[in-house]
Structures are given as C-alpha cells and as structure tokens.
Design a protein around this ligand. Structure first.
Ligand code: SF4
Length: 407
C-alpha cells in the first residue's frame, strides 16, 4: 500500500459550495494551541479546512501533550489525518480522551493478531463485477464505494486496506462501471454510497453521481449516503449540499457518531439543516474499547442522538482488520451493554447491536435472550429489563391440543 502523506483532499482547493477554484496560498496548519483554539471553523469554507489537516502525529506536539511517538512504518499501513475541528475537541492533556483514542495512532497497531486480516468482511470477494466498486452481498441492496479518502482517519477503520491508499483511488471509470452495474441489476432497490467518505467529493461530483443513479436506475427506491464527515467537519453541511441531496431525493444520511463529546452545538445546527431539507438521519456507531464501552456512555449517546433528531440504528462490533484488536469489546460485554439500554432509555433510542460476520456473512444481531422456551418442559419464560420473570402460558403449544374440524 502506498499512502499519500501530505496531499490535498480532492484536487484544487474549493469554495464553500464545493465548486473548484484555484487559490494562490494554501491555508496553513495551526501549530500552536492558541492558534487552534482561536480558529473558527464556521469562518472558512470546508474544503480549505481540509488543507489545514494534521498529516503526521508529530504535528500535534504544539497543541496536545503526551502524544505517542509511533514508528514511521505505521504510515505505510494506514495514513493519519485530523481536522482542526476534531483537534479542538481533543483533551489537550489526557491520552485516554475518547476523541484522541479514535484518531491518534499507537504502536499497538503494528501488532497484528493471527485472526486479523486485510479484508475481514471479504468485501473484495463480493464485488458485483470486476472493476466496479459495488459490494453486492444482500439480495436487494448494495454498497457503492465512490471515494477512498476521508476527512480524518479512524484508527479502527474496517477498510484500512483501501482507505487513504493512493493506489486504491476510485477512478471515474470505476464509478461509471458501478452505475452501469446498478442500472443493469433491477433487483437492487437500496443503494448506500460509501467509501472512504462520499461527502469528501465536491458537490459537483456528487451531483453527477446522484443524477446518473436516479436517471439510469429508476428501480432504486432508497438512496442513502454513509458519511462521517459531518462529525469531523460539520461545515461540510451547507445549504448547497442540502439542496443537492433534496433534489436527488437522497432519503437518508447514515452518520457515524461514537461518543456524546462529538455532538457539538455546531454539529447540531448543521444537522438541523439536513432535517429541514427532508433527509432522514440515522447513526451507525462502533463499540470501541476505551471510547464508548460502557452502559452509561451508550445511554447518553443514544438519548442525545434522538434528542437532536438522529435515529441510533446499529452499534457494530469492531471488525478484525489488521491492528484493530486493541479496540475490540468481547461479545459477553457487548451483550451486557445492549441489555443495559433496552427498557432503560426511550424505545426509539435503542440501537441494534450487530456483528458483521468475518468472511462476509453480513450483519447479525447481538440479542440478549429475554424470552426463552425450556427445551424439556416447553415452558416459555419472559424476563424484563430489571430481571423480573413471568411464564408466558399463551405462547406455549399444548401437547394435547384438540383442533376443531370444520364442517
Ligand atoms: S470515516 Fe469511516 S471509512 Fe473513513 S477512516 Fe473512519 S471508519 Fe474508515
């Protein structure tokens, strides 16, 4: 893999709406804590903020204490990017800050466990057609990978095999092939644009992809975008983007918010723009050791999400991509955290915990057993969220059931 280390995000610097325009001077990195905290992300177009990203861990030395000095070899496995906005959210002193944990590399990433593989979900084997970046695993829905870079790189990324890798850049020809594949498979009803991060694309490129999908694949009933960029760079949500999504009837934006600390007033204001544009908002998070692996954090996260109009949707187990083991929460703990939500917070705030099966099995729910049948007696017992039990006689099948014959 060859990773770019100080590249511009998506060609020339763009203006607020994403339209390209060349400017003479690239915005510079904010090197001191004073500069960083004085910076107002709402006063600069989003694409220019990408040019201010930190691209090497050593660049954080002036703004954070106790930054681990990781080996350079780590950069050949997975790149490093942090937006100024994310850096503002990081605790300046505490390395266990949940935002720092998600974005700052550690030497542990170079330790690969025997079960960790490059493509743990076998997505490369589920590509619908060679050359098209469409993962077709379920009968009627597909994942359309339209971009392989992101606003910032999460250390636990499932797709680190391709994300940030210059050699794996998704070309215009590949996108053409993807659209052709979706257009020619009329069974596809649900398309999720993913990557990398689709919203890294300029409005112009996004507009072109969405327009072609709507024109050439009228059988697609649900068009969704999965993006973490609103969390990493909320000003990516502009009036122009909202108009574009609304015009192409993109029904849903799947966000990726892992911790309540990521829900800032700026993010809330920008998400409200999407809601006004008629875009449903859902959240898919990852259960991560040292970030959100407690009932208290998950309860607060899920309630905060519904409070701002975002439906918590899935909580994924951490996938076994290489070097990810340090974030993994075992199944028993995951199940107990799931048990700690149902009944304890509002029903619409309760997400489904899932395991994305190694080798490409797809998503499978992790469900604490609330209703069980005794294999010997046939008795059915239900247990509520507080552990109280009752027998459900109405759900048992009597052995001597007499059926009436119809005359
Ligand atoms: S935003 Fe998503 S695709 Fe990008 S690095 Fe993070 S987890 Fe990976």
């Amino acid at each position: 893999m060859s990773c770019q280390n100080a590249m511009p995000p998506d060609g020339p610097i763009a203006n607020q709406s994403g339209a390209s325009q060349t400017v003479a001077v690239r915005p510079r990195m904010l090197r001191t804590r004073e500069e960083l905290m004085a910076y107002d992300p709402e006063r600069e177009p989003w694409a220019q903020q990408l040019s201010r990203r930190y691209t090497h861990h050593s660049q954080l030395a002036g703004i954070l204490e106790h930054v681990e000095d990781v080996p350079e070899g780590l950069y050949s496995m997975f790149n490093f990017r942090v937006t100024p906005y994310m850096a503002q959210l990081m605790d300046p002193i505490d390395p266990s800050c949940p935002i720092r944990r998600q974005y700052l590399p550690t030497g542990n990433e170079l330790v690969i466990r025997s079960y960790e593989v490059r493509d743990s979900l076998a997505e490369d084997n589920s590509i619908g057609e060679p050359g098209s970046p469409v993962v077709h695993r379920y009968p009627q829905r597909v994942l359309f990978l339209v971009q392989n870079t992101c606003g910032a790189y999460c250390r636990y990324c499932t797709r680190k095999r391709m994300v940030s890798d210059a050699d794996a850049a998704i070309t215009g020809h590949a996108i053409d092939a993807g659209i052709r594949y979706i257009a020619s498979h009329r069974e596809i009803e649900d398309v999720l644009l993913s990557g990398g991060d689709p919203l890294i694309l300029s409005d112009k490129k996004l507009d072109a992809i969405l327009a072609r999908l709507r024109a050439e694949a009228p059988h697609v009933r649900l068009l969704r975008i999965g993006s973490r960029l609103p969390v990493q760079l909320p000003t990516r949500i502009t009036e122009e983007l909202c108009e574009l999504l609304s015009r192409h009837d993109v029904q849903m934006l799947n966000l990726h918010i892992n911790h309540p600390k990521e829900i800032t007033p700026l993010l809330v204001r920008r998400l409200a723009m999407l809601r006004r544009a008629g875009v449903m908002l859902g959240n898919q998070s990852v259960l991560l050791r040292g970030v959100n692996d407690s009932v208290a954090i998950q309860r607060e996260l899920c309630m905060r999400l519904v409070e701002i109009g975002v439906r918590p949707y899935y909580v994924y187990s951490n996938d076994s991509a290489q070097g990810n083991w340090q974030f993994t929460v075992p199944l028993a703990e995951m199940t107990e955290i799931a048990r700690g939500l149902r009944g304890w917070i509002s029903g619409p705030a309760v997400p489904t915990f899932v395991v994305d099966g190694t080798g490409g099995l797809g998503k499978m729910p992790v469900l604490p057993a609330y209703v069980m049948q005794d294999g010997e007696t046939g008795e059915v017992w239900a247990t509520n969220y507080e552990g109280q039990r009752s027998r459900q006689r109405n759900l048992e099948q009597p052995a001597n059931l007499q059926l009436c014959e119809r005359s």
